[in-house]
Ligand binder design. Sequence first.
Ligand code: COS
Length: 387
Amino acid sequence: MTAFSLNPEEIARCERLRELTAERLLPLADKGDPGRVNRPLVQELGELGLLDALFDSGALDLCLLRESLARGCTEAETALALQGLGAHPVHAYGSPAQRERWLPPVRAGRAVAAFALSEPGAGSDAAALALAAEPDGSGGWHLTGEKSWISNAPEADFYTVFARTTPDAGARGVTAFLVPADRAGLTGTPLAMLSPHPIGTLAFDGVRVGADDALGERDRGFRVAMTTLNRFRPSVGAFAVGMAQAALDATLAHTAGRDAFGGKLKDLQAVSHQVAEMATRTEAARLLVYAAAAAYDRDEPDIAGRAAMAKLFATETAQFVVDTAVQLHGARALRHGHLLEHLYREVRAPRIYEGASEVQRAVIAKELYIGQAAGAGAADPAARGQG
Ligand code: COS
């Protein structure tokens, strides 16, 4: 038994989720238009009660959900995750009126949410964001500027938008706003991306927002963004683990059945050792993800670093596992419509979004040195035996 063995109920729930994914979600995903929000799919996620988990479940349960969906239908997984990313700030920081207006339709899958942080000039360096919130003289603001690479844009029904309310104040001058998509002056354009889900730009031309549109306090919006990412980063890792497991399952089936050189592919050590490596790294990623999520659920002090480790390791691992699976399948894996061709396209973006791998390493290193400085008064760990 490891510290993170799942209990029998959790295992049964994951199995049930995988059945639901195959029976109810995958057929709807297959009917969707690439690059467009698949509203029937989002609505089905709502009708199955799965979107409630975004708000009512702990981080570990959310990871199990995302991993289970990802094994069978990445489109359903991503549609669910984007509802969470866009609506978590409303759930955690919204006023009663904002929550009443938007959370029931988000849970039902009838309103589509989006998280609008990145800009053409501010991706990894999120505190450099420049979307200007200029006071309108009556307690509100006008938003002017651009957001880019926003998942679900321009088709979402509302956006959690991070804007600069205090110039030259970095992370301490950002406010989060809930901006309904039909606000005058807000337009968007789809971007053609290596991504099966919609991604676009948003242009703000003096979009009016009032004090009642703010999410949390004025100039405290960077925290809204970061705490939302803390919640979702381990589960991006779970998405990656689900994809890695799907690639591993396909590889086990293929290498056990495929004849080559007078035996099965699995009889070649060059193949079986690769499969063993894929499985070991996937399991290590899974344990790191579950550990980070469990730490979040226990409100431990080092969740930012653990979330970063989980996301970093799982997304990099999934890239390796999917790439190796393609290699072991040969040319058939690159044919359009093959599961691995799909996973090969899907696995790339999570190493960039919600904090690129380089950002995760920066977060981890920063926490390590904060810890080191806090313990600097203690004996030098390298001094053993030298005194
Ligand atoms: N959790 C909670 N609070 C955090 C935090 C975290 N993970 N990271 C930073 N903060 C807080 C800090 O505590 C600090 O608060 P105070 O102003 O109250 O002291 C504030 O935010 C600024 O922190 P810091 O100075 O460390 O911010 P940086 O500008 O150095 O940025 C990184 C930190 C690089 C980690 C941040 O910009 C980031 O996460 N970038 C990636 C953005 C991203 O994920 N984009 C994708 C969007 S979703 S597709």
